[in-house]
Design a protein around this ligand. Sequence first.
Ligand code: ADP
Ligand code: MG
Length: 242
Amino acid sequence: MSAVLQPQAARDVLIQLSDVRKSYFSAEVETPVLHGINVTIHQGEFVAIMGQSGSGKSTLMNILGCLDTPTSGSYVLNGKETSKLNDNELARVRNQTIGFVFQGFNLLKRMPLIDNVSLPLLYAGVPMTEARRRGAEKLAQTGLGAFTKRLPNQISGGQQQRVAIARALVCEPALILADEPTGNLDTATSGEIMSLFTRLNDEGMSILIVTHELDVAKYAKRLVRLKDGLVTFDGPIADAQL
Ligand code: ADP
Ligand code: MG
C-alpha cells in the first residue's frame, strides 16, 4: 500500500491517554481530581495545556512525565503502557523518553553550565569526554556556546532557562515537557524562550507545555484546556476562544 493512502492514525502516536482518572487518597477519603481524560498526541506536535488553578494540570503533568500513575485508565507513551509500571520502570521510561523543563530552571549552582547540561548523560553511563562534547553541542544549539564555563549565577534568568532546555535535550528525548517554563521570566524573555521552543518544534521536537499565560500558549499549535479535571477544549490554537 502506498504511504499516502495510510490513515491519519498511522502517524506516530507519542501519547495516548484513554479514560485516565486520578484520585488522591488521604485517611480513606478519596479526592477525585481527573475524571476521564482522553487525549492523543502525535510526534512533532507543540501542545499547550491551560486551565485554572486546581483544574488538574500538575496532576496530569505528573502522569504524563511518569512521576505518577493514573488510578485507572491507560497511558501509552511512545508505544509503552505506563499505567502498570513500578517506580523503577517508570524512572527508566522517564529518563529515556522525556526532557523536563521547570519554572525554576533547577540548575546546580556550583557547576559550570557545561557540567549542568552533560550530567544526565553521565547518569546514563556516557563517558565524561563524550558527555561534555554532546553537552557543548546542545548549549550551542540554545545559543550559549560561548558560556560553557560560566556558573548559573553568572548569566541571566532567560539564559538559565536556555541551559535547562539544553539539559532537557541532551539525552535526545522523544518529548519535552515544560511546566510553566516562563513563569519566572519577564515578557520579552518569555518570548525569546517560546521562540526557542518554536524553533525546536520546527526541527521536529515534540513539545508539551503547561502555562496559565495566553501569550505563552499562543506559541503552541494546539491547545488542551482543562476544567475541574476534564478536557473542555482540544484543538488548533487558532480555533480556541482565547
Ligand atoms: P493545577 O496544577 O491545575 O493547579 P493540581 O493538579 O495541582 O491542579 O490540583 C488539582 C486538585 O487536586 C486540587 O483541588 C488540589 O487541591 C488536589 N490535589 C493535588 N495534589 C493533591 C494531593 N497530593 N492530595 C490531595 N489532593 C491533591
Ligand atoms: Mg499546578
